[in-house]
Design a protein around this ligand. Structure first.
Ligand SMILES: [Zn+2]
Length: 346
């Protein structure tokens, strides 16, 4: 079965200025990839604008109205997050496009999906635009699955370079959405320490894996296979959502990580196996960061290829041994995670 893909020329309409790394060229590059050189056959999913009610699951009414009021104008919301004349419409289409992809996975039209949308979302908080983000696409998506599709447990995996502070805050006191973030630290936005492990009902359901720069494919795979996989097996999500940032790619101007295109493919395969095991294969990715256009294109290509791998045919390649430095970095986080989850590896 072909994966679903959300992409649309209207995602070019949000423009924060020629100097800005979160530029329309990101989607233009991906449109060109899919038009001229599609890596795999896919099913195009037509985006729709998100409704006020859907935004309201995550964002405050006054904030939604504030973003609406920027329509037709240019309004800086923070140092590097600028609403332009078409930002409101584009942001609605980003969130709505992702929701549409979830509906297509739920109704069986596609086995999994990748939403190539902008603006990104994971920094957006209930009443605050920040870090190039206006509405929190992935958080709205999780609410959609719980409220409209009646699911009980959703796992959000965030492999973007940056910590998804907005997603964390949305679900920090809840156990129906488990947020798992791997991110470079220290780095913007400064949140994401391992000790922030969720609160009250949500204790244990917010897992932050902060990493020093310089990590590559093997490190990320180790974290997915040795930490995330056992947590996912215990949490038993009914759907896995992914904040897919390609700013962890080697060469990204904002990051210091070195994930290769093949690495993105293997991370996707790893998540597919987790989705197969617990969630009937349901997996949907949404684009977050990624600012080197070549690396973005190459990474998205490998993710799409991985998404077409046959169900149950994901062969586990041998994992390289955990590096001594990663082992050291993970020591304290693992002590925290093990208060709630059984994570067997030494
Ligand atoms: Zn990022």
């Amino acid at each position: 079965m072909k994966p679903g893909v959300v992409i649309d020329r209207r995602y070019l309409d949000h423009d924060m200025g020629g100097w800005h790394v979160e530029s329309p060229a990101r989607i233009e590059t991906l449109l060109r990839l899919l038009e001229e050189d599609p890596p795999v056959p896919y099913r195009a999913i037509e985006p729709r604008p998100a409704a006020d009610e859907e935004l309201g699951w995550v964002h405050e009414r006054g904030y939604i109205d504030l973003i609406r009021s920027t329509s037709g104008k240019t309004v800086p919301l923070d140092a590097d997050t600028i609403a332009g004349p078409k930002t409101w419409e584009t942001a609605l289409l980003a969130a709505g496009g992702f929701l549409e992809s979830l509906d297509r996975v739920m109704d069986g039209t596609v086995p999994n999906a990748f939403s190539l949308v902008r603006p990104p979302g994971h920094h957006a908080e209930a009443s605050r635009a920040m870090g190039f983000c206006f509405f929190n696409n992935v958080a709205i998506g999780a609410e959609h699955l719980l409220r409209r599709h009646g699911l009980g447990r959703v796992l959000i995996v965030d492999w973007d370079l940056h910590h998804g502070n907005g997603t964390e805050r949305t679900f920090y006191e809840r156990s129906d959405v488990l947020y798992f973030s791997v991110h470079q630290s220290p780095l913007y936005p400064g949140t994401g320490a391992a000790r922030f492990f969720g609160h009250a009902e949500g204790h244990g359901y917010n897992i932050n894996v902060p990493l020093l720069s310089g990590k590559g494919d093997a490190d990320y795979l180790q974290i997915f296979e040795k930490i995330l996989a056992p947590v996912a097996a215990q949490f038993r999500p009914e759907f896995i959502l992914v904040s897919a940032g390609f700013d962890v790619a080697a060469g990204d101007p904002l990051g210091g990580m070195a994930v290769t295109p093949a690495g993105f493919g293997r991370l996707t395969a790893s998540l597919m196996a987790m989705a197969e095991a617990a969630a009937k294969g349901r997996l949907a990715l949404v684009l977050e960061g990624g600012y080197d256009l070549q690396a973005l294109r190459a990474g998205v290509r490998e993710v799409l290829k991985a998404l077409t791998a046959k169900r149950g045919s994901l062969v586990k390649k041998e994992l390289p041994a955990l590096s001594a430095s990663l082992r050291l970095e993970l020591e304290e986080p693992l002590r925290i995670f093990r208060r709630k989850w059984d994570i067997p590896f030494a």
